[in-house]
Design a protein around this ligand. Structure first.
Ligand SMILES: [Zn+2]
Length: 454
């Protein structure tokens, strides 16, 4: 049962907090070479902790950048499942320092929160897992399942070396599922199952006409205006119903089931008019704004430029006009295929009298989704509920978490995002914090979750 373990965590709360603070005091800023030794020290902290509580096959995996900490516990036996626990011990820079109300690298408790860089993202949440493993070991002498731990030091700089290493050592990290605590809940005290993320892809359209900007009095009426041509082309790509009119764009999009629509409806979403200042919401016909942002693909013009941008008028026909476009895509859509479809559409609809060039964006990601009815997810929901005494809500996010999408693509096994952050945590900003309630109830959730594998 969980009682002994929970009691242990209660009795050792002060010890745990002070050990977490030791971890948070290390300025493991991965992007700044000045902190290289500190980043290393934070990795060693994780290594030593895992070593102390009885993990084996520990490794500090050196990379071109910062090391990856690996450890495993395989004593639950071959019949027990194996989980890959991913997290990161590096943090964002703390600047601007003067905006912090307390030292970013000297944790302080105020307003029932822990204030420090990394308190929420992600050292605080990594530490909770370490402390829970320790509590199991100290009270039961074992863990209910096999565990492989992978805590990296380069998440905040793109995880490139982790990708490379995992690709070359796929078997080593192979598991039945992955657990990541590096995300948040929709509100403090409101357990949240994040079961889907969007992917993205993009391109740039450059329209060129005359070889230089022209006098609009002399040449207006004689040549095509590239800025106008670009506007006409863009207008063929999405209609007034917010529907993307590119052939085949929706081909692989799975329908939103009634069950999912119910789940989305049950989440108390934000008031879009209030938070955005827009005068009206605009979503794909047949879908609410929440449904569209969470579960339907989008097409956005991120920037458009060309011609005269200065004060007053300048009567020219610009020689070029450019638009940058990105799409947030949903599960089953392939980013490369979407780029190809967009390119074909542009080729087919390009206005006469101008040249149109497409530059495909190299960076792209597939969407991620785990079925909300997957047993690993329902167990997580129940574990949250037990700890927080509140039913979990299920959400999909319009954003992307590259590591999740990448692990999903590599291992094709369920990824459980067991996050405990809150919207007020100020990740990456001054005064980052993490609620003590998330610290306590989050660990309790993790205890319940591991115990479902007994
Ligand atoms: Zn993070």
């Amino acid at each position: 049962m969980s009682e002994n373990i929970l009691d242990y965590l209660k009795e050792n709360r002060n010890k745990n907090l002070s050990e977490l603070y030791d971890f948070l005091k290390i300025p493991s800023v991965s992007t700044d070479s000045e902190f290289k030794d500190d980043v290393k020290r934070a990795g060693e902290y994780v290594y030593n902790y895992l070593d102390k509580i009885g993990f084996s096959n520990l490794e500090v995996i050196e990379t071109k950048g910062h090391p990856i900490i690996y450890a495993e516990y395989m004593e639950a036996g071959i019949d027990a499942p194996t989980v890959l626990l991913y997290g990161h011990y590096d943090v964002q820079p703390a600047d601007p320092y003067e905006e912090w109300l307390s030292d970013p690298f000297n944790p302080e408790e105020r307003n029932n929160r822990i204030y420090a860089r990394g308190a929420s993202d992600d050292k605080g949440q990594v530490f909770m897992h370490l402390a829970v493993f320790e509590a199991f070991m100290k009270t039961e002498g074992k863990l209910p399942l096999n565990v492989k731990v992978c805590i990296e030091g380069e998440e905040e700089v793109g995880s490139e070396n982790l990708y490379k290493y995992l690709n070359e050592n796929k078997e080593k990290f192979a598991a039945d599922f992955t657990v990541i605590s590096d995300s948040g809940m929709v509100a403090e005290g409101q357990p949240t199952i994040l079961y889907g993320l969007k992917g993205f892809t993009g391109l740039e359209i450059e329209v060129t006409g005359p070889s230089q900007d022209l006098h609009s009095g002399i040449y207006g009426g004689a040549v095509k205006n590239p800025a106008m041509a670009l506007a006409q082309l863009l207008a063929t790509m999405k209609n007034e119903d917010e529907y993307i009119t590119v052939d085949g764009f929706y081909e692989d999009v799975e329908d939103l089931t009634e069950n999912e629509r119910e789940l989305i409806k049950s989440v108390e979403g934000e008031d879009y008019l209030e938070t955005t200042g827009a005068i009206e919401t605009a979503s794909e016909k047949g879908y609410t704004a929440k449904e569209h942002t969470m579960a339907r693909p989008t097409f956005e013009v991120n920037g458009i430029y060309g011609g005269y941008q200065g004060e007053g008028t300048k009567t020219i026909i610009p020689s070029t006009a450019t638009a940058k476009i990105t799409c947030r895509i949903v599960p089953n859509q392939d980013p490369k295929k979407i780029q190809d479809l967009l390119e074909q559409h542009i080729e087919k609809h390009k206005p006469k009298g101008v040249n149109v060039k497409v530059k495909k964006e190299k960076l792209s990601a597939k969407a991620y989704k785990v079925e909300p009815t997957d047993e690993l997810i329902t167990r997580a929901a129940k574990s949250y509920q037990k700890a927080f005494e509140k039913e979990a809500v299920f959400v999909r996010m319009g954003g992307s978490i590259p590591v999740v999408e990448w692990l999903d693509d590599l291992y094709k096994h369920p990824i459980v995002l067991l996050g405990f952050g809150t919207p007020e945590d100020r990740l990456h900003s001054p005064n980052e914090s993490f609620p003590l309630s998330s610290f306590d109830l989050g660990m309790e959730t993790i205890v319940h979750y591991w115990n479902t594998f007994k």
